[in-house]
Write a protein that binds this ligand. Structure first.
Ligand code: FAD
Length: 272
């Protein structure tokens, strides 16, 4: 099947993109097209106008903003994977594990957040990193915590005229540790279960999230606190099972095992 007919514009800057988005009912942003492309071809999306933001320079930068990284909304997974400044960071590790290189060359961090697939990597990783999403719309800039952007599967708090302009990720201290693990039945596919943990004693950060659920990634705050206070001893299978039973009550027995194993593997990478 082919996409239904649509108009196409490629604005020069973010202001023009917001104006195009706000000025046409049924307009949609196009970034890497890795999700929207198939949706257009299957006619699951039938926008009147596509606003292509993939080449807007201001959205394509990875900037050192002092205590944080500012990653533009159309920076691709591959650019995060390859950025010399991000070498060794959780951002680079997560980016390198997304699908396969052809997808990473096109797919963008902003597109991933906006598409809000429950199994996607960025909603989970950026929640664990306590990142902030910078949105730009008709009424100016808004900032929302990454763990509050996605409200349910494929649904976010983005308004019709909002663009994910950037993601701010506060740098971890030298004492920080992170663990990220996802269970995929086949390499390059979306995971069946995923987990991300970040402990940074200097920043007083202790965050543990599970992903690939039926909705948004869910925090396991009690277990994260216990890990920060007691270290590896807190990461028992029983403690993980109890935390999951609260955070993701709807899992069946097989899913519970997959998610519990995934959390334990993420914590092992953390060194817990
Ligand atoms: C085969 C395959 C395997 C994949 N595997 C994984 C995986 O393992 N893990 C994973 O995380 N992802 C995976 N993906 C998803 C992919 O990595 C992209 O992140 C995802 O497709 C969305 O990014 P995009 O730039 O392609 O967005 P697009 O497809 O261009 O857009 C998706 C949606 O987001 C909106 N949008 C795009 N950019 C913005 C913006 N800046 N602000 C507001 N709205 C915006 C669009 O209007 C559209 O509604 C996979 C994709 C494919 C095709």
């Amino acid at each position: 099947m082919k996409a239904a007919a649509f108009e196409y514009v490629r604005p020069r800057d973010v202001g023009d993109a917001v104006a195009a988005l706000a000025g046409t009912a049924g307009a949609k942003l196009l970034a890497g097209g890795q999700s929207l492309g198939p949706m257009l071809n299957l006619r699951l999306a039938r926008p009147k106008l596509l606003v292509d933001i993939a080449r807007i320079d201001a959205l394509r930068r990875i900037e050192d903003a002092g205590d944080a990284w500012r990653i533009g909304g159309v920076v691709t997974h591959a650019e995060i994977e390859d950025a010399p400044a991000l070498r060794g960071t959780m951002l680079a590790e997560v980016a390198a594990g997304i699908a396969y290189r052809a997808v990473r060359n096109r797919g963008t961090i902003g597109g991933s957040l906006a598409h809000a697939d429950p199994a996607a990597d960025w909603p989970l990783a950026l929640a664990a990193l306590d990142a902030t999403v910078v949105l730009r719309g008709r009424s100016g800039e808004r900032r929302v915590p990454a763990d509050g952007l996605m409200t349910s599967a494929f649904t976010t708090g983005l308004r019709d005229d909002d663009i994910v302009e950037a993601v701010l990720v506060t740098k971890l201290s030298g004492a920080a540790r992170f663990g990220y693990f996802k269970f995929c039945r086949k390499t390059g596919e979306f995971p069946e279960a995923s987990a991300a943990a970040v402990l940074d004693p200097e920043r007083k950060l202790a965050r543990l999230f599970v992903g690939a659920l039926s909705g948004a990634p869910q925090p396991l705050p009690g277990l994260a606190r216990a890990l920060a206070e007691h270290g590896a001893a807190a990461a028992t299978p029983d403690a993980v099972a109890a935390a999951l039973a609260t955070a993701a009550a709807g899992l069946d027995a097989v899913e519970r095992r997959m998610h519990a194993g995934t959390v334990l593997r993420a914590l092992r990478r953390l060194g817990a």
